[in-house]
Design a protein around this ligand. Sequence first.
Ligand SMILES: Cc1cc2nc3c(=O)[nH]c(=O)nc-3n(C[C@H](O)[C@H](O)[C@H](O)COP(=O)(O)OP(=O)(O)OC[C@H]3O[C@@H](n4cnc5c(N)ncnc54)[C@H](O)[C@@H]3O)c2cc1C
Length: 330
Amino acid sequence: MAGAFWVLVEDDRQGSPKKVTAEVLGEASRLAGQAGGEAEAVWLTDKATEEGLSQLAEWGAKRVWLIENPGLAPYRGEVWSAALADLAAKESPKAILGAVTTRQREGLARLAARLGAGLSADSVAFAIEGDKLVATRPVYAGKLTAKMTWSKGPWLATLRPNVFRPLDPQTGAKAQVERPSVTVADGQMKLVERKEEVSTGLPELAEAEIVVSGGRGLKGPENFVILEELAKVIGAAVGASRAAVDAGWRPHRFQIGQTGRTISPKLYLGFGISGAIQHLAGMRTSKVICAINKDPEAPIFKIADYGIVGDLFDVAPQLTQEFKKLLDKS
Ligand SMILES: Cc1cc2nc3c(=O)[nH]c(=O)nc-3n(C[C@H](O)[C@H](O)[C@H](O)COP(=O)(O)OP(=O)(O)OC[C@H]3O[C@@H](n4cnc5c(N)ncnc54)[C@H](O)[C@@H]3O)c2cc1C
């Protein structure tokens, strides 16, 4: 619909939209409300589910454009962006928003090139000013923020996860589901081999309600096993500071902070992390922050709700044992 704020659905590839889609739909609904439009979801998938469609409605989508086609899996940016460009040309949405995920940051950049449209990548705030959308995004690795607007539509943007609030779920809400006829072309690229990483059994960092994070204080990659044991007991994801990532102890996708992931879990436990401003940029909106550090002057204690001054090599195993006892009882 003209005037619509489209939200690209990020899913788990099994037919369930991910939490980050609720965040983008929440912001799209707020902006569309001010601009006189509606939030609509656009779901490109090889397998949609009824539960997934209901979920999108409950998260605020008034309409779902469902492009369900076996040619959309595995993800290839050129195929997705061509299908999206085709639909956008027919429907003229006002804005097309996605999340900062591996697929969507590429897909939206390609779409912007196809449409000749502007893209605000990694956006952290939006405002409707008159008849314009103004986006705020970090620049120079987060040292500054820049405000930008678009000289013409559609307005394309990717939104940083764990920054925007989802709407309160609208239980029982229904969205109109459209199944538009869109060409899903063969791409130039073909998947040769897919190697799935062996699952750790731990939740994904960006989605986890509890995050256990380790820094240089862990002293080596082998010691992350201490945090993984704790994480298994309390159902947490394991993250890391940049110092730990730069030392090659954890892959970059586990880095929390300005140049890593932004997280906002219910509980963040930081072990051997000093609390540099760039680390705080990625976790300071956590609901409860608990820091474990042997230095009582460590800056992380300034923002922590709870602090334990002690050696993490003593504290972490003790916490694991205590949580085990408590959780086994319940
Ligand atoms: C442009 C830019 C971007 C950056 N982006 C990021 C980012 O995204 N994420 C990020 O994390 N950093 C980032 N940094 C780096 C940041 O400035 C810090 O250098 C980094 O966060 C420090 O990591 P750390 O806290 O693990 O290490 P340190 O600062 O070295 O702290 C280690 C802490 O462990 C404690 N400790 C040591 N041994 C023990 C023990 N046995 N038990 C308990 N505590 C112990 C020490 O007291 C100390 O406080 C960035 C820097 C720049 C310039």
